[in-house]
Structure formats: C-alpha cells, structure tokens
Design a protein around this ligand. Structure first.
Ligand code: BG6
Length: 492
C-alpha cells in the first residue's frame, strides 16, 4: 500500500541553532525525508542561523555530512540530497545583539509570495524570549509566522510562566508550537486511532473494566555527554513532566468532540487538573527516585552516574510514580509511571491492564486465566498487542493459553516508520497544533510536578540505587507489588 503524499504550502523554515545537535540529528534528516517523499513544494526553503561564521556553501557541506551520518544509506537518494541542499541558506546571527538580523530580513524578503515563516528555536530556553523579541523588533513576524520551541519549557511553574509570557508577548498562542516529540511518535497517534476510530474499546475504557495502567519509558543510554543539562534536570523534569504525562493524558482523556487542536487539548488539560497531588504526606508511598550505579548494560560494562558526572549529585536518573486521576472514569485506577536511563532494555510502552474475569468456569487442569492486556509498544518494534486467552489448540481437553492479537508495524506495513519530527515539522507548516502542547497544559503539568520535587526535598526522600542494566531499584518493584501488581518488563 503506497502512502498518499499531500504537499504542504510553500514555506521558509528558519532554524536558529542551525549548527547544533538537534538540527544535525533530527531536523535536517526529517526535512530531507519529507523532501524525498515529495512532500516539500519546490519553493520551500530552509534558512539556518547561528553564531558561526559560515558561508551558505559551508553550511550545505555541514548539512550533507549530517544526512550522511543520520540518514541510513538505503534511504539516501543522491538526487534528492542535491535538491535538498539547494534549498538551504545560511545567515550568521548573534541573537543577543543586532548583528545579522538585517541579513535574515533580506533573505526572507527575497520571496514575496506570502509564504509561511516557521522560526524553529533549536537553542537553549534562555534564548527563546530574546529571539522572539528580536524577531518582533526587526519586523520579521507576520500573520503567517510560527514559532517552534521545545523543552525544557521551564524547570518549575514560575519559570514556565515567565517563558510562556516572554514568548507570548510577541506571538499569539495559535502561532506557538511547543514540541513534545513523543506526540509525533506513530504509536502515540495510534492510541488516538485505537480509542476513537473503534467502537470496541470505549465501553471498556474505565474503572469498571480497567484494573490499572502502566507507562514505561526505559532507555539503555546514560546521559550521553549531556550531563550538564541532565544533572540540573533529572528524570522527573526531563521525562515525566512532558513525555510521560502527555501519554497519560492521551490514555485518560475523555473523547474530544473532534480532532481539532483545542478540543483535544482541553480534554488533556482536564486530566492534568484531575491528577491527585503527590505531596509530603504521600510521596513515600507513591514515588521512588534513584540513580544508576555501575553495571552491565546491553552494550557491556558501564560506569555509574556519579562516575560519569565526576561529582556528587542527588539528581535522579530513574523515577517511578503511582499517579491517580481523580474523576468518575478513573477513580481507583492507578497509573504507574516509570522512566530511567541505563535500564535493562530500551522499551517504551503503555500497558492497559483489564480486570480479571468475574468467575472462572474452567477447572484447575485448564490453567490460570490471565488478565487481558492491551500493550502499545512505542519503541522499539512499534506494535499494538491485545493479549487474550484462547484454548491451546489440539486434543487433550481444555488448556488455556495467553496469546497476543498482534499488530506489529514492521510485519504489517512495508514502509519506513517516520521519525516523530517528520510529522511535527510539517504540522507546523499546516498550522495544525493538535500534537503540540498548549501553554496551559505545560503550566498545569508543572503544577503537579513541583510538589513532588518539593516533597522529595522536605522529606529528604533517599535517592535509591540500581545497577546499570537492571529494571530499576527494588523500591520501585516494591511500590507496585504492595498493590499486588507487577511491572510489565517484557513481551507480555
Ligand atoms: C528527551 C530527553 O526529551 O527524550 C532525553 O531529554 C531522552 O533524555 C529522550 O533520552 C528520549 O527520546 P526517544 O525518542 O529516544 O525515546
């Protein structure tokens, strides 16, 4: 089955931080793939901006290297690479001064066709406000302009409010695209399709039928040369405030009336507002923070976090939480969240655990009835599996077996699975904010996260340890086992 490709309107993508890591690893490869699929109109241009003194030719060489490094060889098409590189322009700008803005203005005004301008700030959050102000000052923002920013969107509620205000002083909310790249992942969008394009799940999607939900984002990597940022952030800010809470919202939200961005985001916001606070009184029972020690990961022996960092720190590289959504649909259904670096496997999944059958008609010889589970695997090997009980085939009487109805993407779709940025970058051009976080969502998420951080400090909750290459500290296992449940660590 070939995908239908609908080209977008002509645009200029202006990438601040054009020589940075995000541009190299994600933005340039994503736009190249869209070009290769025929989705970029001929007139589309990319203007990279940064402080480095480079000519356009030198930047094109830089981009060529990025594509050679981050686009797998089988997807590199030389003609498309040449066409893509011709779209690139480069402007040297010191965003903290007035140097370079006139050059950017003339580059943008070379084309007078009212095209869309998308300013992607692939720079530190400290520069979001100053760049927005400079764009305004130099009269570069028009009605069709958009601003794209990405986490960290603050480190607590006050700083998030300030950042949103700084940006909001120059761009309307419908022009601001706050990326959470998890929302661009295929399985995450599939969760929307599964819930709202099937009549099957909705009647079961509540506390009467669902026992609990688990959301795991496990990584095998350590802090990968980002220790400076990571140590100030820790797993709760780095992963839970954004990615895991967004996943929780999509699982827990009420059906929106349409896929209109605000209809969906209104529902997500209500979930965030319904989260039971984790505070000094209940933090011990409902949260675990931990750091990895040295151990053996899938890539062999690795150092502990403190050795990698080279100094003392209490930042957590692992967090497990028991969250509760206090509303009619979910009362009494725990949402167990966990995320960590240097874990046993790279595995991100959402597991919807259904309640047991009310009564078993089968005798002991048939074996135990295992509860139904719906497992949405985000990565690796994207898939949706509905685990059910069947009769083990063959003679010999009734023997029950737990098997998945398996919708593995690789088996069912003979196509490359696009990176989240491919979808998101073009949604910006389409002006579709459905998969982007609205200002109030980001703030509400911090409103729930801040008290957890505070509780950890106030109660001096210990930072536990786990060996690299494991599934986290024993306290995380104990947290869920106290409720007679277990973490889903494998293909079940
Ligand atoms: C980022 C975090 O937002 O997400 C990183 O800052 C993390 O620490 C990354 O490694 C994980 O993203 P993915 O797409 O590889 O799961």
């Amino acid at each position: 089955m070939t995908r239908q490709i609908i080209p977008v309107d002509p645009f200029d993508y202006i990438i601040f931080g054009g020589t940075g890591d995000l541009a190299q690893r994600k933005l340039l490869p994503a736009l190249y793939h869209r070009d290769n699929d025929g989705q970029l109109p001929d007139a589309a241009r990319l203007i990279a901006a940064s402080r480095s003194d480079l000519s356009t030719r030198e930047y094109q060489n830089f981009a060529r290297e990025a594509l050679e490094t981050y686009v797998p060889e089988k997807h590199r098409d030389q003609d498309c690479i040449e066409r893509f590189l011709k779209r690139l322009d480069y402007v040297q700008i010191d965003v903290t001064s007035d140097v370079g803005w006139d050059e950017l203005k003339s580059a943008l005004e070379m084309e007078q066709d009212g095209r869309i301008r998308a300013f992607y700030l692939a720079v530190g959050p400290g520069l979001f406000g100053p760049i927005a102000a400079q764009l305004d000052k130099h009269d570069l923002i028009d009605d069709r302009s958009r601003l794209v920013i990405e986490k960290p969107l603050g480190r607590d509620l006050p700083s998030a409010l300030e950042l949103n205000q700084d940006v909001g002083a120059h761009f309307r909310e419908d022009q601001v695209f706050r990326i959470d790249h998890y929302l661009g992942k295929e399985t995450v969008q599939n969760l929307l399709a599964l819930r709202f394009a099937n009549a099957l799940f909705e009647p079961l999607w509540n506390a009467s039928h669902i026992d609990h939900v688990q959301i795991t984002v496990a990584e095998t990597v350590g802090v990968e040369g980002r220790a400076g940022y990571y140590d100030k952030s820790g797993a709760l800010r780095d992963m839970v405030q954004n990615h895991l809470l967004q996943l929780l919202c999509l699982v827990a939200m009420e059906p929106p009336s349409s896929d209109d961005a605000d209809a969906l985001r209104d529902e997500k916001l209500k979930v965030l507002r319904s989260l039971k606070p984790i505070t000094e009184q209940n933090a011990d029972a409902n949260s675990v923070r931990a750091q990895y020690k040295s151990g053996v990961g899938p890539e062999g022996k690795v150092d502990g976090y403190l050795e990698e960092l080279g100094e003392e720190s209490t930042s957590a590289t692992f967090v497990a939480l028991k969250a509760e959504v206090e509303n009619w649909r979910w009362a009494g259904v725990p949402f167990y969240l966990r995320t960590g670096k240097r874990m046993a496997a790279r595995m991100s999944e959402i597991v919807i655990n259904f309640r047991p059958v009310p009564h078993s008609i089968f005798g002991e010889a048939a074996g135990k009835t295992i509860n139904n589970k719906l497992v949405l695997r985000l990565q690796p090997d994207e898939s949706v599996k509905q685990w059910i009980m069947i009769k083990d085939p063959g003679p010999g009487g009734m023997r029950l077996k737990h098997v998945p109805l398996d919708m593995s993407f690789a088996d069912n779709f003979d196509e490359r699975s696009p990176d989240a940025y491919e979808r998101l970058l073009l949604d910006v051009i389409r002006g579709n904010q459905t998969l982007f976080m609205r200002r109030d969502e980001v703030e509400e998420a911090w409103r729930w996260i801040d008290p957890i951080l505070q509780a950890w400090t106030d109660t001096a909750q210990p930072v536990r340890n786990y060996p690299a290459g494991s599934w986290g500290p024993s306290q995380s296992i104990a947290m869920i086992e106290r409720d007679q449940r277990t973490w889903n660590d494998g293909d079940m």
